[in-house]
Design a protein. Structure first.
Ligand SMILES: [Zn+2]
Ligand SMILES: [Zn+2]
Length: 330
């Protein structure tokens, strides 16, 4: 059996370490994928930092996987060796809990998450449940497509929950927002981008992708927002966004983890403003977004890192030293 390399988290709050293993054989229903690119998501930082409880340990992080099918397990249909596929955060669901039966598999009671409760894509090879893998076709560069698998999908789900709004505020202009801004522009909606105070580089970047306005996160935008989506893991943005949305407007929290939300006066929630979170994704979200992104001409700005530099990529993401998305290329 051939060898593979993986960047492994052995304990939270310690650096990933490079390990060699043999490539596993696919179990029934599984694909073995030769990884060609894996995006680095803020959720990977939350796993590494121990902010998400009970990861499988040791764990290979990474849930924005683009690769080619290297082996097909028993009972898998619809995939062939050599085909390009993507693997997202949603690794598997139970199919029988009330949420799965109601079409809300993103809330499954017994889910499996790629790079959290099963090994992910910070590696040369990954194993995935074929039912949760997506064909990606041959158009586009592997590394530039990788961020679609989480930043793109979560952004898309967040937008669906934000509703048919005309003017949308995006708080935190990282990987997810830079993709979503392009989708919004393509849809003909208005985008207001909010960044860390004084981050003029990110604000210029947002305007270059079609934002109608860009400013600091505590600014009041030039027009009231119909909805706001918060991608930065900063609880203080919740009252800031509530103040910026119109009567009846929605604030959607797109992240899996956020610092505590400071208390705020009821008056900023009053007048039927709504606040909600987005959890995970459904396969339907993925199918919709993966079909739409090429039509919208979504182009990801990526910074590539060799696999062995995964810790550097995580540090650059943590400190906001990136424009767009970090992607590991084994
Ligand atoms: Zn379930
Ligand atoms: Zn993610």
């Amino acid at each position: 059996m051939t060898a593979m390399r993986a960047m492994v988290l052995e304990r939270p709050r310690t650096p990933l370490v490079l390990r060699e293993r043999s490539v596993p054989a696919p179990g029934a229903g599984e694909l073995v994928i030769a990884v060609s690119a894996c995006g680095v998501c803020r959720t990977d930082l939350h796993v590494v930092d121990g902010e998400l409880e009970h990861p499988k340990l040791p764990i290979v992080p990474g849930h924005e996987i683009v690769g080619r099918v290297a082996a097909v397990g028993q009972g898998v249909s619809g995939f062939t060796v050599g085909e390009r596929v993507g693997v997202p955060w949603l690794g598997a669901t139970c199919g029988v809990c009330p949420y799965c039966r109601e079409g809300a598999e993103n809330l499954c009671d017994a889910p499996v998450f790629t790079g959290y409760t099963r090994d992910g894509g910070f590696a040369t090879h990954a194993v995935a449940d074929a039912r949760y893998c997506f064909p990606l076709g041959e158009d586009g560069d592997d590394a530039e497509i990788a961020p679609w698998l989480c930043a793109g999908l979560i952004g898309w789900r967040s937008l669906r929950l934000a509703g048919e709004s005309e003017t949308i505020g995006l708080y935190g202009f990282g990987a997810a927002a830079h993709i979503l801004a392009q989708v919004l522009r393509w849809q003909g909606r208005r985008v207001m981008a909010f960044t860390r105070t004084g981050d003029t580089r990110a604000q210029d970047f947002a305007r270059s992708l079609g934002a109608d306005w860009a400013g600091d996160s505590d600014d009041i935008p030039p027009e009231p927002l119909d909805a706001a989506i918060i991608f930065a893991p900063v609880g203080a943005l919740v009252p800031a966004a509530l103040k910026a949305v119109r009567k009846g407007g929605r604030v959607v929290c797109g992240g899996i983890h956020m610092s505590d939300i400071p208390s705020f006066p009821y008056s900023i929630l009053w007048e039927e403003r709504q606040l909600r979170s987005v959890a995970n994704l459904t396969r339907e979200d993925a199918r919709e977004f993966l079909a739409l992104a090429p039509k919208a001409g979504v182009q990801c700005a990526v910074t590539r890192y060799p696999l062995a530099k995964a810790n550097e990529a995580l540090a650059d993401l943590r400190h906001g030293r990136l424009e767009g998305a970090a992607v590991l290329v084994p």
